[in-house]
Write a protein that binds this ligand. Structure first.
Ligand code: FES
Ligand code: FES
Length: 155
C-alpha cells in the first residue's frame, strides 16, 4: 500500500508500483492539468512538484511517490491566483496551452529557489520544458513579472 499526499489530501494506492505517477494523477484522480507529451522526460508537459521539487511525473513510478507530497497545477492556488499564474494571464502566455501547466510548475519551482532569477537561471531551469508553439519569449517575460511582483509584495 502506497500512501502519499496529492494537493494536500491523503491518498492511498494499492496497485502496480511501477505505474507512472502521471497515469495516477490523470486517470485515477482526474487531475488532467498535467499533460502527457513524450513519456520519456524530454518535454516537461507532465511536470508536477514532489516535495516542492519540479519533477517529471511520466518518469516517476508510484513507488517513488510513496510518502511524498505531490502538487499539481490544480493544487497550486485557489482559482488560478498564484503570482506566476497571474503573470501568465497578464501577458497571455499560452498559445495552444498544452505545455503550459508544466511550464508554470517548472517556473514556480525556479522562483521558490531563486526569487530574482537571472536570464541564465531562467534559461537553465526552463530548458527542459518544450513548447511546440514557441511561446518561450513570453514565458521568460512572465517569469520576470512574477519575480517583480513577489519582490514588490515583500517590500
Ligand atoms: S511527458 Fe513527461 S517529460 Fe514529456
Ligand atoms: S503553448 Fe502550445 S505547446 Fe506550448
Amino acid at each position: 500500500m502506497i500512501q502519499l499526499k496529492v494537493n494536500g489530501a491523503a491518498r492511498q494506492y494499492d496497485d502496480d508500483p511501477e505505474m507512472p505517477l502521471l497515469w495516477y494523477l490523470r486517470d485515477e484522480l482526474q487531475l488532467t492539468g498535467s499533460k502527457f507529451g513524450c513519456g520519456m522526460g524530454l518535454c516537461g508537459a507532465c511536470t508536477v512538484h514532489i516535495n516542492g521539487e519540479a519533477s517529471r511525473s511520466c518518469l516517476t513510478p508510484m513507488s517513488a511517490a510513496a510518502g511524498k507530497e505531490v502538487t499539481t497545477i490544480e493544487g497550486l492556488s485557489e482559482n488560478g491566483t498564484h503570482p506566476v499564474q497571474r503573470a501568465w494571464e497578464q501577458i497571455q502566455v499560452p498559445q495552444c496551452g498544452y505545455c503550459q501547466s508544466g511550464q508554470i510548475m517548472q517556473a514556480v519551482a525556479l522562483l521558490k529557489k531563486k526569487p530574482r532569477p537571472t536570464d541564465q537561471d531562467i534559461e537553465e531551469a526552463m530548458s527542459g520544458n518544450i513548447c511546440r508553439c514557441g511561446t518561450y519569449q513570453r514565458i521568460r517575460q512572465a517569469i520576470k513579472i512574477a519575480a517583480n511582483q513577489k519582490a514588490g509584495a515583500k517590500a
